[in-house]
Design a protein around this ligand. Structure first.
Ligand code: PMP
Length: 399
């Protein structure tokens, strides 16, 4: 029989299934709330003006398309890590932070996973329940056992902080903990600064390995405030990993622009870690693509473009927030006796709506409104034209 005959069919991506069903729906008024990207009020992924201008500058410069270094464009690596740790980060100044350009945030997570699995005793990774659906598969494929810590209650509408801290407090030293720095995917539930301080205490006391995932920097409160948990961890003096991404914040999805930053204890350690990260990259894809990294570093390196980016990011963040407020307000008016204020407390692109699966199914069948079975809706997919339809449909299905 054939070489590949024993290969079983891999499970389908649940989000892709929703997209396919949406695309096949003949209803012209169908609404896709299952998307995982930011779309503007016009329902389209924006091309940011700061990106357009950076691209124009790059075109005018018409540089040859050579290979980048194994660890990526140096200006990009510097810009990416200082965006996360802060321009005045002591860890960076002390030469303890290693940054490598990666294939999006996903590539940063995978490179970090390979570093931990290949060069440290770590064998077990803890992710939140629920978490971004790729976390489990990614770390399992890198050779880890993946477990979950409690994260939400009230069908995903509220944070289960006691459950989370209780679980982390019982873990053995060396276990890896994946933490969403802001805009938790899929729930939209984030920790307060006080809660972060408590988690940092526990992580430090137990000797856990924090791996922060920051894929939505700028979507909660702004670039600096959203990175505060990363900076608090760095200030606590623990060795840590951070995967960051410009996919959403610069709307650069297909360009695959992310970074892995590793905070080590001294610059000699940093040199050794970087040498092994480069080996991992070299034997995998050799070196990263250049175009997206050039765009990102052009934006971050120019005061004008950087200011423009801030403005455009603020526009995206504000629009999402106003959609949250509108949805909560409309549902409160339409549905008796249910509190929808959780929608405005959740942050980032997603909301765990807490809607039962039966309601999600009816929204799809009766209204051509597509949300994930888990109840996750993309708030960014709401806009001035569809918000009333969505609110009325949800209210109708809840009656
Ligand atoms: N982490 C989380 C929590 C995400 O939601 C995503 C993207 N949906 C990523 C990482 C990966 O992002 P990228 O597209 O940059 O690989």
């Amino acid at each position: 029989s054939s070489l590949f005959a024993p290969i079983a069919l891999a499970p389908r991506d649940p989000i892709l299934g929703i997209t396919e069903a949406f695309n096949a729906d003949p209803n012209p008024n169908r609404i896709n709330l299952g998307v995982g990207v930011y779309v503007g009020d016009d329902g389209r992924v924006p091309l940011l003006e700061c990106v357009k201008r950076a691209e124009t500058l790059l075109l005018e410069g018409s540089q040859p398309l050579t290979y980048l270094p194994i660890d990526g464009l140096q200006a990009y690596d510097k810009a990416a890590s200082s965006l996360v740790f802060g321009a005045d980060s002591p860890a960076i100044a002390e030469g303890r932070v290693v940054a490598v350009q990666t294939l999006g945030g996903t590539g940063g997570l995978r490179l970090g996973a390979d570093l931990l699995r290949g060069f440290t005793p770590a064998k077990r990774v803890w992710i939140s329940d629920p978490s971004w659906e790729n976390h489990r598969a990614l770390f399992e494929n890198a050779g880890f056992t993946v477990e979950t810590y409690p994260y939400s209650r009230e069908r995903g509408r509220e944070l289960d902080f006691a459950g989370m801290v209780g679980c982390l407090s019982g873990l053995p030293a060396g276990d890896v903990v994946i933490l969403h720095a802001c805009c938790h995917n899929p729930t939209g539930l984030d920790l307060t600064p006080e809660q972060w301080a408590e988690v940092i205490e526990v992580v430090k006391a137990r000797g856990l390995v924090p791996f922060l995932d920051i894929a939505y920097q700028g979507f909660a409160e702004g670039l600096d405030p959203d990175a505060a948990p990363v900076r608090a961890f760095a200030a606590a003096g623990v060795s840590m990993l951070v995967s960051s991404s410009f996919s959403k914040s610069l709307s650069l999805y297909g360009e695959r622009v992310g970074a892995l930053s590793v905070v080590t204890s001294d610059s000699a350690e940093a040199t050794r870690v970087l040498s092994q990260l480069k080996r991992l990259v070299r034997t995998n894809y050799s070196s990263p693509p250049s175009h997206g990294a050039k765009i990102a570093s052009a934006v971050l390196g120019s005061p004008e473009l950087r200011a423009l980016w801030d403005e455009e990011l603020t526009g995206m963040r504000t629009r999402i927030r106003s959609m949250r407020e509108a949805l909560a307000e409309k549902l409160t008016a339409l549905v008796d006796g249910e509190d929808f204020s959780f929608i405005t407390r959740q942050r980032g692109m997603f909301s765990y709506s807490g809607l039962p699966q039966l309601v999600i199914a009816r929204l799809r069948e009766e209204h051509s409104i597509y949300a994930l079975d888990s109840g996750r809706i993309c708030v960014a997919a709401l806009n001035s034209r569809n918000i009333d339809t969505v609110a009325n449909a949800i209210a109708g299905c809840l009656k």
